[in-house]
Design a protein around this ligand. Structure first.
Ligand SMILES: C[S@@+](CC[C@H](N)C(=O)[O-])C[C@H]1O[C@@H](n2cnc3c(N)ncnc32)[C@H](O)[C@@H]1O
Length: 194
């Protein structure tokens, strides 16, 4: 079942139960309409791909697109990133995290809603396997500076070359649009020591 029923799953999540097999498991947080996730899953049938998306509309669209492609290595959770990180996720279980164009919440009074803060990055770090990676992109200059600061203060993750880390990966829906507009895109890649 591509669309995971959160009322039926045991917590913390175990990939063999969720995907029906042992395989390296990558997670995209805020997958939107699922362009990146579904293209990545199509190109890497040997990997498990899990998406977390809060918006029902996008979640549904992503499920439909995965089903249309006949993907068996995709699972989609409709919940918040916070519920996923702090309630559902097991430690040292994720090979790669992708957080691509997270909502920038530009108004000052909304900054507290931003995803990137020390406690969420600490949770991402705990959930990564040794050698696992966190890959991030943002088009928003101000938020990118905050992201750089939070990631820079995460001693458990080492920065790696982001161009190399993103090489060969699909573009997201937002990135496709932003490239056409010529917007600057900020990329970050970190790795948990092996
Ligand atoms: C700017 S869009 C980017 C979508 C996609 N990553 C892309 O690049 O095309 C941000 C996405 O994150 C989702 N989102 C925002 N806050 C979230 C949260 N707390 N938990 C899960 N998803 C969230 C939004 O619904 C939206 O689909």
């Amino acid at each position: 079942m591509i669309d995971v029923d959160l009322d039926q799953v045991a917590v913390p999540l175990r990939w063999p139960k969720l995907f029906g097999r042992e395989a390296p498991t990558d997670v995209e947080i805020g997958s939107g309409k699922g362009k990146f996730l579904n293209e990545l899953a199509t190109a890497n049938p040997e990997r498990n791909l899990l998406a977390v998306e809060r918006a029902a509309k996008y979640h549904r669209l992503c499920c439909e697109r995965a089903a249309r492609r006949g993907l068996t290595n995709v699972r989609l959770l409709r919940t918040t990133a916070e519920d996923f990180l702090f309630r559902l996720l097991a430690e040292t279980s994720v090979a790669n995290f992708y957080v691509l164009f997270p909502d920038p919440w530009p108004k000052k009074r909304h900054h507290k809603r931003r995803f990137f803060k020390p406690e969420t990055v600490a949770a991402l770090s705990r959930a990564l396997e040794p050698g696992g990676r966190l890959l991030v992109k943002s088009d928003h200059q101000d938020y990118a500076e905050i992201i750089a600061e939070v990631l820079g203060n995460t001693p458990d993750l080492d920065p790696i070359d982001s161009a190399a880390a993103f090489a060969g990966l699909p573009l997201t829906g937002f990135e496709h649009k932003y490239r056409i507009e010529g917007r600057e895109i900020h990329s970050f890649a970190l790795q948990k020591p092996k």
